[in-house]
Design a protein around this ligand. Structure first.
Ligand code: T4K
Length: 387
């Protein structure tokens, strides 16, 4: 059996490169609480991303929880059911009511045309996700938010480094939240960041992520411990040196898939909008009815061959037990999200994906279609026996 190929593998620098950073930490004995590496990484990351203010945090989920706290969001929040469960869990942790709105079947992001019908007097915010790093329709969402006086918090866990014509897409909305989990394009083992529009908001979030401490004797808010440790921050600083190379390797993997699978009948490769700087964070394909086998059968066939593609995002968040009884979670309300959850398969993509491993993935996916085409041709060429 060939070695297993997972949907992703973290990008890691050579171990020796990290040793000097560890030595520094051992030398100065500052392990956390916004130490020197935290400060350096925060500044270097803001510069890399092209944003002015950001607050590092211990992971993306706590970043979302903290962002909602910072904006004082209450009542109902409109969100997508088509995401990792953390997007909605962050709402429940703030005692907020998620209201699911369907996605656009082409982008798989929250469909702005459906948002207004879900707004009630209790709605205070919208929490969209730039799913797979594909930019939401930020203009339409902002328009609706402005008209109804709503806050917008982007779950940008997949959107590290993505840019549109105006710069980083993390500038949109009131706040955007990144994840630096091991499975993400840019990882600090665990980690995340909240992108803030101004220094005042950043300071507020810095207090919130540190128990509300301002100084030794002053606590201004019931904050949480959401800080990034020095070891994660030091690692992030090192990772920044390698991120551009990692992104271009991902771009190569993405291009090979598109070339090899683009013409396969019944498969559709999701693609980002034109004019974006993209991050190639995932490679989602939609397995449609014209493909000879179902998405789940393809998923299983790949697994049988040691390839662990993933059905991100199946089940829908709205199908998990803590959500499924909410009125907006009903499948009739979410036809496009329900279909996407049945059809999407995320193929392995990461910077170190070996050419022969990617070739194995492609061969299996194509073989299924080619065998079916051959069978159909053979069936058509059999001369019917006339009685
Ligand atoms: N919002 C969105 C839209 C998100 O996608 C996420 C996280 C969040 C919010 C929350 O951000 P964080 O709080 O996590 O910072 C993974 C991740 O655990 C999760 O972070 C991520 N989304 C989600 C999309 O994917 P799983 O259940 O797929 O993880 P797991 O452990 O099955 O890993 C997938 C594959 O990756 C493994 O088969 C092998 C490889 N892997 C994984 C890990 C953890 C490695 O090679 N090394 C590793 O250390 O959820």
């Amino acid at each position: 059996m060939d070695k297993p190929v997972y949907v992703t593998q973290p990008s890691l620098p050579a171990l020796q490169e990290f040793i000097p950073y560890l030595e520094k930490i051992w030398e100065n004995k500052i392990l956390t609480n916004v130490g020197p590496f935290h400060q350096q990484f925060e500044a270097a990351l803001a510069q890399y991303l092209g944003v002015e203010h950001l607050a590092l945090c211990s992971n993306g989920t706590l970043g979302l929880v903290t962002a909602l706290q910072a904006l004082g969001v209450t009542g109902e929040v409109i969100t997508t059911p088509y995401s990792f469960v953390a997007s909605s869990h962050a709402l429940l942790w703030n005692r907020l009511q998620p209201v699911f709105v369907d996605i656009d079947p082409h982008t798989l992001n929250l469909d702005p045309a459906k948002i207004e019908a879900a707004i009630t007097p209790h709605t205070t915010a919208i929490l969209p996700v730039h799913c797979y790093g594909h930019r939401c329709d930020v203009e339409a969402i902002q328009h609706i938010a402005d008209r109804h006086g709503l806050k917008v918090i982007y779950d940008a866990a997949h959107a590290f480094g993505v840019k549109d014509a105006g710069g980083s897409i993390l500038r949109h909305g009131n706040l955007s939240v990144l994840s630096f989990h091991a499975t993400k394009v840019f990882n600090t083992f665990e980690g995340g960041a909240i992108i803030c529009p101004d220094a005042q908001t950043k300071q507020h979030i810095d207090h919130l992520k540190n128990f509300g401490f301002v100084d030794e004797v002053t606590v201004v808010e019931p904050g949480i411990n959401g800080k990034m440790s020095e070891i994660n921050a030091a690692f992030g600083l090192l990772q920044l040196q390698h991120i551009d190379a990692a992104l271009s390797q991902r771009q190569r993997v993405d291009a090979i898939y598109r070339e090899a699978l683009g013409g396969v009948r019944g498969l559709y490769c999701l693609r980002p909008q034109n004019g974006q700087v993209f991050n190639y964070s995932y490679f989602p394909i939609l397995v449609g009815p014209d493909y000879p086998i179902s998405r789940d059968a393809l998923y299983q066939k790949l697994r049988d061959n040691g390839i662990y593609a993933r059905r991100y995002f199946y089940p829908l968040i709205a199908d998990f037990p803590m959500y499924r009884n909410m009125p907006s979670a009903h499948p009739d309300n979410l036809p496009s999200a329900s279909l996407a959850a049945q059809q999407v398969l995320c193929l392995p993509i990461y910077s170190a994906l070996a050419a022969e491993d990617q070739e194995r993935v492609i061969r299996i996916v194509r073989e299924v279609a080619e065998e079916a085409a051959r069978d159909a041709q053979a069936a058509a060429s059999v001369t019917p026996v006339v009685a």
